[in-house]
Design a protein around this ligand. Sequence first.
Ligand code: PLP
Length: 388
Amino acid sequence: MSKNLLFIPGPVTVAPAVLAATAQQMVDHRGPRFKELLDGLVARLKPIFGTTIADVLILGASGTGGLEAAVGNMFGPGDTILACPVGVFGQRIIGIAQAFGCSVEVLATPWGSGVDPEALRARLAADTAKKITGVLLTHNETSTGVQNDMAPLAEITRAHGAYVVVDSVSGLAASEFRMDEWGFDVVVTASQKALAVPPGLAMVAVAPRAWKKIEANASPRFYFDLVKAREFATLGQTPWTPPVSIVYALDAALDLFTDEGPANVWRRHARYAQAIRAACTALGLELFSQEGSHSVTVVAAKVPAGVDGDAIRKTLREERGLTLGGGQKELKGKIIRIGTMGDLSQTDILGMLGALELGLLDAGHPVQIGTGAKAALEVFLKESAVPA
Ligand code: PLP
């Protein structure tokens, strides 16, 4: 197989220019060239977070490291956290908060749905004594293909005043994010998702208000000390040796992002997700995410009864060089997940959908050949299918 394409929700297929950037010679990470690089990254990342006032810190870590940095620096044993999980990654951040000794209360949401603003409003309104000091939100939940509508949730958390940490590991850069306007305190993303860079960097944006909380927090930290990261960032450095090659890759990817333009990047992800959803529906695969909560970076669809989704994914991977995601934890074997992020063209999407049709047919699922691809093509044909 000469060509392999990743349709998993990260890591993603990386553009040749970004891959080539990783082959550059190392530089001194305490020298002027690295400072220039780092300053350039931060300047281009800030608008992606939707901030002019937050510090954007770049850490050598995966997304989980970024989340540990966010939660561990912000919270500790004296904090009562309202976690709002909508899937596996929302559960992971609860584990992090518990590991740092926080008392965690869960606002439960059925998987497949986004957080109900009215449920969040009611819970926070009932907290008249302001015992809740922190709220954990997931922007985009990769395990269920759900994206929360952040603006209404932000309005509610702002009214309460608790500190808000947002996991946007698989959301940021794929759709508009307005950290300052929404009033979020810490927002976390990672390199290997919508930014379409190899894994290795977490990016953590910290609002001015959050620094007071971080400085007052006695929780232990060392590698992920955000105060230290901010201190070194002012020098154009990271506290520890960074993955220099991935820094080069992020630099190249941000050039591509700028050339394409943010609105076009957002439109591309939204349109790919819409096309894949239309195809799944046409093929008789029920969407796992509910209307109004669909993610633009990953489509989760139920595997029809009697069909072995993992066997189809194995065939696509081994025989066609196409890797699709499966379900995680309790959704294992029950859903397939198709990512839209990375260096993928409409032609790649159509090819993958054609292969999926053949896989389903092979597995005994009644498919009228071409119906999935046709539904996707119709989305691609309609410029107005997705609002700009
Ligand atoms: N949060 C979300 C929403 C994710 O999708 C992921 C990874 O898929 C993570 C956190 C964890 O990131 P990582 O695997 O980079 O540690």
